[in-house]
Ligand binder design. Structure first.
Ligand SMILES: [Zn+2]
Length: 419
């Protein structure tokens, strides 16, 4: 049995029994009425405390089961998920101009991205509800991860992706056997189409902004960060957690997980959250600077995973930054591209454009004086670089062409060439 006590609307604060509503607050509707899963934290505390975790040999997101909305343990998919490595990377810290820098490599998840955390929970909820099919719209990673976890669980999946999704992600979808609609339009249009199809055909909806359980999977990255930092630097937590922002669900999940770990006593002082957007698509930054509501915009960036002009979880995304006393910054596509080899060469981690946007964001925040040079940062690197080879190759430079003889190798190296 889970410790969920109900679902609370972030807009009107009405609370519902989990059995009474499926996706969103019926009074506020799906645009505003995003629901938040509420737990009995006192009861959670009795099971989830440092000494219990120290003895827990399950190094996956399921070690935090008391903080997850699962009713039936037997439905958990078999793929190894979470407990991704946290690297201390001093050379990257030096490059970015901060005192200390860690990278949490989410590219190590089963389908190569952070989104696996949410898809796993979505698939379990679909199985609990005995749904015949699960669906989502995605810029790419949520789709490929849903395809992978659906395949693992043996449930059918229908996925809507914008035509611009990188080829590697499209390949993942098809290989895992999902039914895929390549929508000749934007992510926002794919999202609307998915919503309509889900309603018409009764498919279980994995869209993170309207399905309250998905963010529960996403928050596990912060549960891990809290525990990992407790192990490596007891009593200390980085000053900033850095994450790139598209729909707002990931950053919202990151913040929820941190607050929960404070309630449970794993973190004494909450960090600030830095949300990083692309210059060509920065609705959160615009609203945060202008202290205004959401104004949807076009999505012009090569970082496909954060190319979201109409964020569906504006409320939770904005709260993460405002409540933590954090900030939003934006970076150019050029800076994102430069960050791919920088992260790879200074930290040994290969990330996709949206994954490395956080690296570029730290540099920008230091330049702006938002992050102080004496502060420490942990960057959540959200997706594996192999997911978008085209961008990587644009950023990486070119090979040295030689014919197969040593003379040419010597000449290329500037070495003496014997006569
Ligand atoms: Zn409501």
């Amino acid at each position: 049995m889970s410790y969920v006590t109900g679902l609370r609307c972030v807009h009107c604060a009405r609370t519902y029994h989990a059995e009474d509503v499926e996706y969103f607050c019926p009074v506020c509707g799906y645009v505003d009425g995003i629901l938040d899963v509420v737990y009995d934290y006192e009861a959670v505390k009795s099971e989830l405390h440092p000494s219990a975790l120290a003895e827990n040999g399950d190094f996956s997101i399921w070690r935090y089961l008391p903080l997850l909305p699962m009713n039936d343990r037997t439905l958990i998919p078999h793929l190894q998920l979470g407990w991704t490595p946290l690297y201390d990377v001093p050379r990257l810290a030096g490059e970015l101009g901060v005192a200390r820098c860690w990278v949490k490599d989410e590219g190590r998840n089963p389908t190569g991205s952070f989104k696996d955390r949410a898809s796993a929970v979505g698939v379990v909820k679909a199985l609990e509800k005995k749904a015949s099919r699960i669906t989502c719209a995605s810029t790419g990673n949520a789709a490929s991860s849903l395809a992978g976890f659906s395949a693992a669980a043996g449930i059918a999946a229908t996925i809507f992706v914008p035509a611009r999704a990188p080829q590697a992600k499209a390949a993942q979808l098809l290989v895992y056997g999902a039914q895929v609609f390549s929508v000749q339009g934007t992510y926002d249009q794919a999202w609307e189409l998915c919503m309509q199809a889900s309603a018409e055909f009764g498919w279980y909806n994995r869209n993170c902004a309207i399905n309250p359980y998905l963010i529960e999977g996403k928050k596990t990255v912060s549960l891990e960060l809290a525990e990992q930092f407790m192990r490596i630097t007891p009593g200390n937590f980085p000053d900033w957690i850095v994450v790139s922002v598209g729909d707002g669900c990931t950053i919202g999940g990151v913040w929820k997980g941190l607050r929960e770990m404070q309630i449970l006593g794993f973190i004494l002082r909450l960090p600030r959250i830095l949300g990083v957007q692309a210059d060509g698509c920065k609705p959160f930054l615009t609203a945060w600077r202008g202290k205004s509501g959401l104004v949807p915009c076009d999505a012009n960036t090569l970082a496909d995973s954060i190319a979201v002009g109409h964020p569906r979880n504006f409320s939770k995304g904005m709260s993460a930054v405002t409540e933590s006393g954090g900030a939003f910054v934006s970076v150019t596509d050029e800076e994102i591209l430069q960050s791919i080899p920088m992260l790879a060469q200074k930290a040994g981690v290969f990330g996709e454009p949206a994954g490395v946007a956080g690296v570029a964001g730290v540099r920008r925040a230091v330049e702006l004086g938002v992050i102080n040079r004496s502060e420490s940062v942990a960057i959540v690197m959200t997706g594996n670089g192999l997911k978008d080879i085209e961008s990587a190759i644009r950023a990486a430079g070119s090979m040295i062409q030689v014919r197969p003889n040593m003379k040419e190798v010597r000449r290329a190296l500037g070495a003496a060439v014997p006569a």
